[in-house]
Design a protein around this ligand. Structure first.
Ligand SMILES: [Zn+2]
Length: 228
């Protein structure tokens, strides 16, 4: 794992924590609220070329971009692999609301997840789209942590609990923003009987990095999975 990141959610750690992180160090949120997932991994920061590639897929409908993003996600999963038990891991894409999926024509998380399953050399991943979005949710932008959780409460359901009962699940999405979606999905999966939930996204926004980049107006150097 790269230095200076929360060992659970991957958020960049401030000051002294960022400088002296050896092993298990948690950000304030992960210390205060135990996340329902074991660990979240991401390939890189949601900016520049990576952000453009995700937009190419989601908003321009360039489906081959999912293959590239899937390869990146495969790299991001490498640090999680030693944590998995010996049985196959179920890959669950974060779902879109059915209407949105119809409008877009696909769910980007599912396309990325398919590539991961296809590329996996150990053939230990099984695609299990058991999560369902039960209602449309408003944008999370500008909401407080509490409001974000309220916004997503009851928005996800597991369609086939018998499939995930006692199993290890890898939740896959394109972007990890505040972690509220990942946490809510992980909670629903755990309640439905999943033994453990891991999270992997292609990109993630780093709140602290965004702040410091604004304050110091310096280009933010991003390593994460690429360097680990
Ligand atoms: Zn954290």
């Amino acid at each position: 794992m790269a230095d200076g990141l929360c060992s659970i959610c991957g958020e960049r750690l401030p000051g002294p924590y960022g400088l002296f992180t050896d092993g298990e160090v948690r950000c304030t949120l992960c210390r205060r609220f135990e996340p329902p997932y074991v660990k979240a991994a991401a390939y890189g920061s949601y900016e520049g070329g990576l952000r453009e590639l995700i937009h190419l897929l989601k908003y321009d409908g360039v489906r081959p971009a999912a293959n590239v993003l899937g390869r990146m996600l495969t790299d991001a999963i490498v640090p999680l692999r030693p944590l998995f038990a010996d049985q196959p891991v179920l890959i669950v894409p974060v779902p879109l609301f059915p209407l949105k999926r119809r409008q877009r024509g696909f769910n980007q998380a599912e396309l990325i997840a398919r590539t991961v399953v296809k590329l996996d050399p150990s053939q230990r991943f099984e695609l299990s789209p058991v999560l369902h979005r039960t209602r449309e949710t408003q944008s999370q932008i500008g909401l407080s942590r509490h409001q974000r959780r309220e916004n997503l409460r009851g928005a996800f359901a597991v369609t086939a609990p018998e499939v995930i009962r006692g199993r290890e699940v890898l939740l896959v999405d394109d972007v990890f923003t505040t972690g509220t979606t990942a946490s809510e999905c992980a909670l629903v999966l755990r309640r439905a009987g999943a033994a453990k939930v891991y999270v992997a996204t292609v990109a993630r926004t780093l709140k602290l990095e965004t702040q410091s980049a604004r304050l110091e107006a310096r280009p933010a150097a991003m390593t994460m999975a690429a360097a680990s």
